[in-house]
Write a protein that binds this ligand. Sequence first.
Ligand code: NAD
Length: 502
Amino acid sequence: MTHPIHDQVRAALEACGATAPEGTDLHARTPITGEQLMGLRATTAEELEGVLVSAEQAFTAWRDTPAPVRGALVKRWGELLAEHKDDLAVLVTAEAGKIPSEAAGEVQEMIDICELAVGLSRQLFGRTMPSERPGHRMMETWHPLGVVGVITAFNFPVAPYAWNTAVALVCGNSIVWKPSEATLLCALATDALLARAARDVGAPEGLHHVLVADRTLGEKLVDDTRVALVSATGSTRMGAEVGPRVAARFGRSLLELGGNNAAIVAPSADLDLALRGVAFAAVGTAGQRCTTMRRLIIHEDVAEEFVERLVQAYGTLTIGDPSTGESLVGPLVHEGAHTAYAEALEAARAQGGELLCGGERVLADEFPDAYYVQPAIVRMPEQTEIVRTETFAPILYVMTYRELDEAIALHNDVPQGLSSAIFTTDVREAERFVSDAGSDCGIANVNIGTSGAEIGGAFGGEKHTGGGRESGSDAWRAYMRRATNTVNYSDELPLAQGVEFL
Ligand code: NAD
């Protein structure tokens, strides 16, 4: 009997108005069972050429469209996303293996960013500043960049695309999307809804494109001088390739890469609250979030009690088919992810770690081609090499500390710098953690876990996480170029710095 997800996927695609280009170049697959959902024809290099020409042409019409009018497109897209929230969530569950509430949450983020971007379309503010010359005015103005290339990862197949696209569109850019090869159906449905929105509001043709492609075409996008900004979400390995290539042609890049996120649990922490915060961040999305908590740095006075309770909580987790709505932990994305999980646990043992719970593959009889694993907790004697590495699976390494400074030093002593948290009721500790001398991450939380960011803030991280910021706050500036304008409204021509000439 075929799994019901097959029919659900076809119905969701149809509801969103998406037509999948059937073929045999690439395959849509579900990690729920490991089965193929459908074969797809890949976008060719010649078609990419047409896409770039079309995106450039659309850009010239779009940049002349007033920003609040551009906002109408994003407003309509947001309405359609809300209308089709359940359809898109089904596709996210099917291709990324998320449980329904997390899949719906991801689509909600898309709706939220559309709302933010619509407001932003009337607030692309520049500053004015006093000129040193009489009869002169200085100001800065912000202008669209051109074609924005968006590369996305499998684990958030739609929200980061929307963070980029909703904002980049109101900023006046056109978009070419290279989604993950693992989540192409999510991309086709999302793009179909944007196409419908564009038709509804009469936006120019060619403003947005989706490539059905693997990384080969992604590399062409990265190297093409017509792409003004490459916004790439994915592994640090990918960013290390993409960043220098874009820089070599003096393009702009915005990198959102891997994390190795930790929480410090202090002796004064509300341990009930911390337990829930840690469990969701460490186990949600089966440990496949960039913000997943991978390290727990806990004060030695509370470590034993807390870890014991955490192990108990892990024992109650339901692991299994996410589409039933009855499990909290879905599958790993593919066999490679399972291999990485098993190898990391092996390395942790070799580096002195003690496995406290989990560590096994489960449901292999029922789903021989899918990879469900028990979330693992490993006590480590110190922050060894494997702890400093992002393994994209549910493994939480536990280390203890005595003094807060020691905990913060341990916390920061990893290559990545995405998200972080402290659980404490001591205001001094909380403030120290978010101060200049505290967490070195792009996200530093107090009394909530490392994952589950809201769209109002700027999202991203430091060091090997790539330095990019997306979503709220002033992240929109990455999608525009700034010009400083000096206007002389006098009939004299005084030169700056008092220079005399002619
Ligand atoms: P990945 O790096 O394998 O792939 C990400 C995307 O990059 C895919 O679309 C892929 O086709 C493309 N790609 C890979 N190499 C490329 C190249 N050389 N040129 C152009 N495109 C290339 O990552 P993944 O396995 O899909 O996702 C998991 C990783 O993404 C984890 O490391 C996770 O932490 C990270 N991630 C980061 C964020 C963030 O916002 N910081 C969000 C989600 C995921």
